[in-house]
Design a protein around this ligand. Sequence first.
Ligand SMILES: Cc1cc2nc3c(=O)[nH]c(=O)nc-3n(C[C@H](O)[C@H](O)[C@H](O)COP(=O)(O)OP(=O)(O)OC[C@H]3O[C@@H](n4cnc5c(N)ncnc54)[C@H](O)[C@@H]3O)c2cc1C
Length: 385
Amino acid sequence: MFELSEEQRAIKKAVREFGEKELKPVGREYDQSNEFPHEIYKKACDLGYIGVAIPQEYGGAGAGQVVNAIVGEELCRADSTVGYSIQLGDLAVHMVLMYGTEDQKKKYVSMIPKGGISALGITEPDAGSDVAGIKTKAVKDGDEWVINGQKMFCSNASIADWIQVIAVTDPNAGHRGLSAFIVETDRDGVESFPIEKMGRHAQPTCDVVLDEVRVPEENLIGKVGRGFYQVLDQLAASRLNTAGIHVGIAQGALDRALEYAKEREAFGRKISEFQYIQHKLTDMKISVETARFFTYRAAWKFDQGYLPTEGAAMAKLVAGEVARSVTTDAIDVLGGHGYAMEMDVERYHRDAMAGPLVEGTSAILKNTIANVILGKLPAEKKVGK
Ligand SMILES: Cc1cc2nc3c(=O)[nH]c(=O)nc-3n(C[C@H](O)[C@H](O)[C@H](O)COP(=O)(O)OP(=O)(O)OC[C@H]3O[C@@H](n4cnc5c(N)ncnc54)[C@H](O)[C@@H]3O)c2cc1C
């Protein structure tokens, strides 16, 4: 796959126009207000830009992961802060789509393209990269599960309709003792507290307290004891979206640096005439293209019916690191102006800094890729198998 189809190019253009009109002018405002852009999210939902990869029978566009990555890219290219926040409403749908019941898909997945929001509760104070270290417990009581624990860095939690919570159901089974649950945020005992953070200000990232939260048996996703493996499969899908987002952040920073370099003068010349600036812009472009290639290729693999464990890890690793480095370079191209809040690039940089941390740090992704190289993990498998 080396070229987008005519239809994919048309979608890319339409989302770019939407982003330029609706996101770009207000990004800084949302960065400073720390508010989620509900109205823009609703408009994006109405246009079918949210949950693009969700199958049509569950209200999505059914357009696949390549188109989803393109949409995330264009939204975040237009504005990293607002783009990031609205592109993650479907954060927790993948596991439900892969392992959930038909009722769960109809109830919890189909609400997302209509404006619903999901959240992912894996990380805890003492368990980040080491998912098997989760301490939140779910204990069976009749036909209900009672959940107690604390989640951390839970994106969207305070604005979400439901959180996918990973909890220990068998304390003696290690990573084989984890299970996944849908926890509606309006249930008794669920409380979310947004934390202050460096970037991504338009999306709440929360501590979540789960205190004697009761959910019915039908809120279990997949099988008891399979939560760890279901998380791994889910990450291989959600990393494609995250990669697309970071391609867009990097491209948006490059666009701004290029525009500035063509206007700014020093020593009687446009700074774009200095070889140093030309090489910097060239390196940035090569990095963005590399990240885009890895992302589209892995997303394309998914659309062929495969879960690209290695490809998605590579795409997220490359795109996350590229977003960090390209946004740093953009600040350099703008000189002192790049450091000023009135220019977008410092904000793009703050938003990009989370890229190599979320959904597996770059170190953890390297571990995954190494496991594939060493034959301990398959590079890909059929979706849902
Ligand atoms: C903005 C933001 C949003 C987030 N959103 C969510 C969310 O929605 N849901 C959710 O569940 N979590 C979320 N997270 C949490 C994120 O997934 C974790 O921060 C991440 O998994 C790392 O865990 P940790 O912070 O506990 O770091 P640790 O696991 O403590 O790691 C610390 C350092 O040690 C390294 N390290 C750890 N283990 C190894 C190893 N085996 N080999 C090599 N190096 C290692 C790491 O790479 C890192 O550099 C979010 C985080 C951020 C910053």
